[in-house]
Design a protein around this ligand. Structure first.
Ligand SMILES: [Fe+2]
Length: 360
């Protein structure tokens, strides 16, 4: 059955959990065509499964979203959005333990090289004490596909955002431990309230702001890029024991999103997520689309420079270019308001949100 609208139960699940799975969202013929392309592009006899950049804009791959019920479903539940022109092709090799422990995060922060010694980190902001070797002479000059330190020239907001992440499986991911997309189920509520706390305190919004050091130190003393608010990380650790024990899935705080080929997961930007190690023999193949609801008055809406579908930082160009905006249009302030009220981007969720919020 083709799903172009969520049922009330599905809406309630999306509200509570921050994500939902749509079974059989993509017809088999589109999955097979995309999988063939991805498989043929993988380098042979190499552990590095980098795929050619052209795949991300190939119409046969984009068809996973643009020619399926998912585009209608998101139009119904979100509202209008610009054309999707690109995607993220995310492959995790079989028998892959690279990356070790999964790193749940909220998308949109910078992802470059960091100091290797804890002594080199300012523990409050999480910035390197000497940032130049890592961030460049000027925070704004760095910025390519490894992300941007700041979304705006005034450094008020350090996180890019969007409305919904849509992930489509090309291979069978039914058995936990096969590289599933992992989520901190239900934590989007706390993420939103932490953004509000930052706004109310006048802090930077995102990393380097209140309760979110950009780089943190692990218990073994090594620095890591921190993709989450401290309070969210602590809450996830505290409540992990309430989650079911799952065979082959050692990360109790995370919920594995088990998918079969053609199934899709739809997650809020605020739903913390991570790739996970793939202990199985086959490459884990997911294609991700990032959708942001259309913003009235934004002169760049729909411009190909933004890379809608793949970009997680749509207030700058895909390659980090600062864009010119009219004096009366502040894209970053709008993004702050959206981070602090993520359901305002979801037209079709308004009744569900109102019902839940009148109960609490
Ligand atoms: Fe991510």
């Amino acid at each position: 059955m083709v799903t172009t609208k969520l049922t009330d139960n599905q809406k309630q699940a999306l509200y509570q959990n921050g994500y939902i799975v749509i079974k059989n969202a993509v017809p088999e013929r589109i999955v097979k065509s995309a999988k063939k392309l991805v498989s043929e592009s993988l380098p042979k006899n190499s552990r590095r499964l980098l795929v050619p950049a052209g795949l991300a804009t190939d119409s046969r791959v984009i068809a996973l979203f643009n020619e399926t019920c998912l585009i209608d479903l998101l139009h119904n539940e979100i509202g209008p959005f610009p054309e999707v022109i690109s995607c993220q092709v995310a492959i995790t090799p079989g028998h892959d333990k690279i990356g070790g422990h999964p790193g749940p995060h909220v998308d949109g922060s910078w992802g470059g090289t960091i100091p290797t010694s804890a002594e080199d980190i300012d523990l409050v902001t999480g910035r390197p004490k000497d940032p130049i070797p890592y961030f460049g002479e000027n925070d704004d000059l760095r910025g390519s596909n490894d992300g941007q330190l700041w979304q705006d020239p005034e450094h008020r907001i350090s996180l890019g955002s969007y409305t919904a992440l849509v992930g489509i499986a090309l291979n069978d991911q039914n058995i936990p431990g096969n590289g599933q997309f992992g989520v901190l189920k239900g934590m989007h509520h706390l993420v939103e309230s932490e953004f509000r706390r930052q706004r109310e305190s006048g802090s930077v919004i995102g990393p380097e702001g209140l309760g979110w050091p950009r780089i943190k130190i692990r218990s073994d003393g090594t620095p890591f890029l921190n993709g989450l608010f401290d309070r969210v990380r602590m809450h996830a650790a505290k409540t992990a024991s309430q989650n079911d024990v799952i065979m082959g899935w050692p990360w109790r705080e995370l919920t594995p999103v088990c998918l079969q080929p053609g199934d899709a997961v739809i997650a809020l930007h605020a739903c913390p997520h991570t790739a996970t190690p793939n202990y199985g023999p086959d490459p884990r193949m997911n294609i991700y689309f990032r959708i942001r609801r259309q913003r009235q008055g934004n002169p760049h809406e729909g411009s190909r420079r933004l890379g809608h579908g793949v970009s997680d930082h749509l207030d700058r160009g895909y390659f980090g270019q600062f864009l010119n905006y009219p004096d009366d249009y502040d894209p970053w302030q709008i993004s702050v308001e959206k981070l602090c009220d993520h359901w305002s981007d979801w037209d079709g969720m308004q009744n569900t949100v109102a019902l839940n919020q009148s109960d609490s």
